[in-house]
Design a protein around this ligand. Structure first.
Ligand code: AR6
Length: 176
């Protein structure tokens, strides 16, 4: 059974959310970047990058679709879960599966760290060029299927930074 009532949709800045974990759309280096990644490191401060460096020293970065967890530094959240979305490549390079893995693996890591509320940005829909409507379908399906099989997450907040993503997630939620 799916649990759509656990999913909230908001238009806004993910760095402002007091969720147990916020998810970062990072890159494999874990060394920061533009978009939401830049905003999270800028607002959260150097403690996040320090944790990322420790992870890189241990495991050498983060593969596409995988996730790692760090402190949230000065952010109102407790943790940042960094996941690496796929770069859009026309849709024939398993982009949908890799994007779904981002949501699943981030939620799994949240569960393992006792998080009850998790906020996501629209992974891969910025610099990585994933078409917004397709990304929204994948995101909503992946989150709903995770919530259907796991009771410990109480709230997933889909945080959209623009109207196009907000409308796409809203349409995907209405459909599923
Ligand atoms: N809060 C919520 N969403 C945001 C925010 C914010 N503060 N800022 C941007 N977004 P992007 P990607 C939205 O480009 O496509 C970085 O350089 C944005 O409007 O941040 O996965 C990384 O280091 C878009 O809808 O991530 C990687 O190299 C969504 O977040 C690369 O970009 C994702 O856009 C990852 O690209």
């Amino acid at each position: 059974m799916s649990t759509p009532s656990k999913i909230q949709l908001i238009l806004g800045d993910i760095t402002k959310l007091p969720a147990d974990a916020i998810v970062n759309a990072a890159n494999s280096s874990l060394m920061g970047g533009g978009g939401v990644d830049g905003a999270i490191h800028r607002t959260g401060g150097p403690a996040i990058l320090e944790d990322c460096r420790k992870i890189v020293a241990k495991q050498g970065g983060c593969k596409t679709g995988h996730a790692v967890i760090t402190t949230a530094g000065n952010l109102p959240a407790k943790f940042v879960i960094h996941t690496v979305g796929p770069v859009w490549n026309g849709g024939h390079k398993a982009e949908a599966e890799k994007l779904a893995n981002c949501y699943r693996n981030a939620l799994q890591l949240a569960v393992e760290n006792g998080c009850k509320s998790v906020a996501f940005p629209c992974i891969s829909t910025g610099i990585y060029g994933y078409p917004i409507a397709e990304a929204a379908e994948v995101a909503v399906a992946a989150v709903q299927s995770f919530l259907a099989s796991n009771d410990s997450i109480e709230s997933v907040i889909m945080v959209c930074f623009d109207d196009a993503n907000f409308n796409a997630i809203s349409a995907a939620l209405a459909k599923h």
